[in-house]
Design a protein around this ligand. Structure first.
Ligand SMILES: Cc1cc2nc3c(=O)[nH]c(=O)nc-3n(C[C@H](O)[C@H](O)[C@H](O)COP(=O)(O)O)c2cc1C
Length: 490
């Protein structure tokens, strides 16, 4: 017995000495590598220890999210915003206790002005109808003011698109295909679909990469396809085309887009055939004429003067020639992949561009003709309600619906390593995304947003969410007092 204890102790001592020896040997090798390399100054000046910097930098992202960042601190979306979506999507209570953690007193923060006479149950109107394309053969009447923004199959995984499509059908809202074209998975749920036409014309291109009228007609004949959206630019990357890294271009995606498998899918930074505002209107009208359904455009506002030019050009041609809708995307919108300088610095944010667009359309008496769809971080009811009050007819969200699918903001959409299976084509990672379960969450999230926006409207004394007006919103100004949005943007 004593002998076996003795031999066990000897073995443990040997193992201990061996492991320590191994660690010292590895440290010496790394030390020699570090002091003899010239690529990293930190590793050369602080051999071995300097290497921990990279590990901590990587791990910091996760630690901050779970342990150190305050509820309202993180970017692009803070924990309070995300948690609300998660709870709404799961269908659990979203009520909070004790008091708000929203400071609400920084310049630009908004508050809704409740009415003394809130709307009674029997006075509420929860029906929405937004009529697009009055001059089309087949106009579209949308039934929801909250819808799913463009995200391609490619940027998103197959189960993610399937869950969004089924969830949208359940919720009664539309899903926009994004510039990657209409995939079978966008259609799978059976609900309304807005088909986006990106600069590479994926899904509607001929062999030369030009717009194919035959393919446009083919799509428009599907009753589910309700509108086309010509994408001019996107908030996260104005002036840059879509980027789908090579590792995400599978055989299926290549076939849908009409490109080669395994090659990065990079679309031009604008539609080559649109050289002027007139060209743009001609293209809108061409697509509308051949398909018979409403056609709109998506852009992030850059030069505000262009909006005047657009309206003047429309009036010259006649109001029928106008786009049936304009989706105005915020400069801080999301994407699967984009260069940081464009994400951080280029384009106008929605808080400024939305009132500008609405007011310009009103100035030219085009606001009724051209519907305004707003997007950009509108993931919670208070933000959606503000956009409607500012003058948007509808709102679309991309990342809000990604959160409803379980996105944890791991910021890896461009790497094929998304841990929740939403933006990866790695089958192992996709396994965690149960389509039926997530479709229910998508619908729950939609229902809760609509409910809570309506709740804000009813508190402000209007029976319907789409009746919210600028005078219902006040913004905190520099002297700490608030001013009505109607006064700031008369
Ligand atoms: C993963 C991902 C893919 C996207 N793909 C497209 C696209 O194909 N076409 C497009 O116009 N916008 C695309 N967007 C932008 C969104 O449609 C939306 O305009 C933007 O993210 C702002 O909305 P959000 O703040 O609710 O996300 C994408 C966004 C994300 C996050």
């Amino acid at each position: 017995m004593e002998a076996s204890v003795h031999s066990l102790l000897s073995l443990l001592t040997f193992l201990f000495v061996f492991v320590i020896g191994l660690l010292i040997a590895v440290a010496v090798i790394l030390f020699l590598i570090d002091i003899n390399q010239s690529k990293s100054a930190i590793r050369r000046n602080y051999p071995v220890i300097g290497r921990f910097r990279y590990l901590f930098e990587h791990m910091g992202e996760f630690f901050r999210q779970y342990f150190f960042a305050m509820d309202r601190e993180e970017m692009p979306f803070n924990r309070a915003q995300r948690s609300w979506v998660y709870r709404a999507a799961k269908g659990v209570a979203t009520e909070i206790a004790f008091g708000s953690t929203r400071a609400g007193n920084t310049v630009g923060d908004h508050h809704f002005m409740n009415s003394v006479f809130a709307v009674l149950e029997q006075e509420k109107n929860t029906e929405t109808t937004i009529a697009f394309g009055p001059y089309c053969d087949r106009p579209y009447v949308a039934k929801s003011f909250f819808n799913i923004s463009g995200m391609s199959y490619g940027a998103l995984s197959k189960p993610a698109v399937q869950a969004l499509s089924r969830g949208a059908a359940k919720a009664g809202c539309w899903i926009n295909t994004g510039e990657g074209g209409v995939s079978p998975f966008h259609l799978e749920g059976g609900g309304d679909v807005v088909a986006q036409i990106g600069t590479a014309k994926y899904g509607v291109r001929d062999e030369k990469g030009e717009l194919s009228e035959e393919k446009l007609i083919g799509l428009a004949q599907k009753p589910q396809i309700k509108m086309f959206e010509i994408k001019l630019s996107q908030g996260a990357k104005p002036g840059k085309g879509g980027i789908l890294p090579a590792e995400k271009v599978s055989e299926e995606i290549a076939a849908i887009r009409g490109i080669n498998k395994g090659e990065a899918s990079i679309s031009p930074n604008r539609h080559p055939e649109i050289q002027s505002t007139l060209d743009l209107l001609k293209l809108i009208n061409r697509v509308r004429q051949v398909t018979g359904i409403p056609v709109g455009i998506k852009l992030v506002v850059g030069d505000p003067a262009w909006l005047n030019e657009l309206c003047e050009e429309i009036l010259k041609l006649g109001i029928e020639s106008a786009p049936d809708f304009i989706t105005v995307d915020s400069a801080d919108g999301g994407t699967g992949a984009a260069p940081q300088p464009l994400m951080d610095f280029v384009g106008m944010r929605l808080k400024e561009s939305l009132p500008l667009l609405v007011d310009t359309l009103k100035k030219y008496q085009l606001k009724d003709r051209v519907k305004v769809v707003a997007s950009g971080k509108l993931v919670n009811p208070g933000l959606v309600a503000r956009a409607l009050a500012t003058g948007a007819d509808a709102v679309v969200s991309a990342r809000g619906f990604m959160f409803s699918l379980g996105c944890i903001q791991a910021m890896q959409c461009n790497k094929n390593t998304c841990p929740t299976g939403i933006t990866t084509h790695d089958k192992r990672l996709q396994k965690g995304l149960n389509v039926a379960d997530k479709a229910a969450r998508v619908a729950n999230y939609h229902k809760k947003i609509v409910h809570d926006v309506e709740m804000i409207a009813h508190s402000c004394g209007v029976p319907q969410a789409t009746e919210l007006q600028r005078h219902h919103v006040r913004l905190v100004t520099e002297d700490g007092k608030s001013k009505s949005l109607a006064e700031l943007y008369p």
